[in-house]
Write a protein that binds this ligand. Sequence first.
Ligand code: SF4
Ligand code: SF4
Length: 405
Amino acid sequence: MTKIRKIHPWRRIVEIGQGVILLGLPFLKIKGESALRFDVPSLELHLFGLTLWMEEFFIVLVALIFLALLIIFITLLFGRIWCGWLCPQTVIADFTSFVDKAKGKGLPGKLIAWTATLLISIIVSADLIWYFVSPYEFIPRLIEGRLGNIIWGFWISLTVIVSLNFILLRQRFCATVCPYAKLQGSLFDSKTLTVAFDPRRREECIECMACVKTCPVGIDIRKGLNIACIHCAECVDRCATVMSPRGKNSLIGYFFGLPGEGGRIVRQNVIMIGALTAAFLVFFIYLLHIRMPIDMTVLPNYVFQPRISAGGSVVNSYIISVRNRGRENAGLKVRGDGIPGDIKIVPDKVLHVGAGEMQKFPVYISVNNLKGDKSTRDINIIIETVEGKKYVLTREAHFIVPEVK
Ligand code: SF4
Ligand code: SF4
């Protein structure tokens, strides 16, 4: 009798961990906001303590490219490890395996299994919505009966789709609907980690069919790699149980490349994709490092025509829009430079913009003793924070010198 080292308990631990993380993330608050949530009304993405605004979605795009490359990299190395161990479709299908077991138990057994699946689907669908509407807002609104038609509509629709998926499709979803499963075939190479039957030991197979019966997608792995295989390794454990009393190990296992051909983890394509993935990660971190919580736009104030004051100064007016994306209120001073003359700003006081707010300020710039006779100059309008961490932003604007009549 050979000692059996089952993979299933490890998979179950990983699946429980994944479930706890996905259910718990919307409840986890970092700096007062959900750890991961896209807030639809304000178009803000809360990302582990960071808040990214719509106009910063270039950073999100870089993060998405990094994630796509990471998926390609992991798939190239470890095949369908995501599908078998971490994909919510597989995890929930495993936790609702009573639906498969209820098939031979008549209508009452099926009704109980379907009802349990429906209850799980209600929670899963609510969890999906919590990545857009905070559970700290969702749950009180639900209790007080003011969830709103739109959220109810989404919740009911998602529940119907999720429950039908886990009652009718289940693991067939992976082979029929999932685009990632179809894409993976093209991401594998001859050395990728796969679950495979060891053909060198074919004579040892007793044709018990236990591996086929246990397979959630109903394939016979002994016939070779199959696109429907989600690499859950259930067949590995089943064959191990069959072979153990005969003093042998499982005929099926995880192999880098074909069994017996010697897998090589470090390969040219793995190094290239790995380097590209790392480059995008570094770029993403760099963008986060240089991003400013304060943003500013400057437009001419069209209700104030440039003019020459009684004292001889040239006066232009601008509307300065300041957005404070940070979590703290900002105090800002405006100044100007780039023009040969004495520059004065009105109002010459600290402007306050609350955390998460956008404010517009009319600003008058008066230049005395202006040198030269150009009718249009470029002026630098600068704002800088006067308290906390120092941020300085500069925008160029036209400064008009009207003709003296
Ligand atoms: S062949 Fe094995 S690893 Fe693949 S899906 Fe079936 S049981 Fe899972
Ligand atoms: S479980 Fe093992 S011994 Fe039984 S049919 Fe599958 S590969 Fe052969």
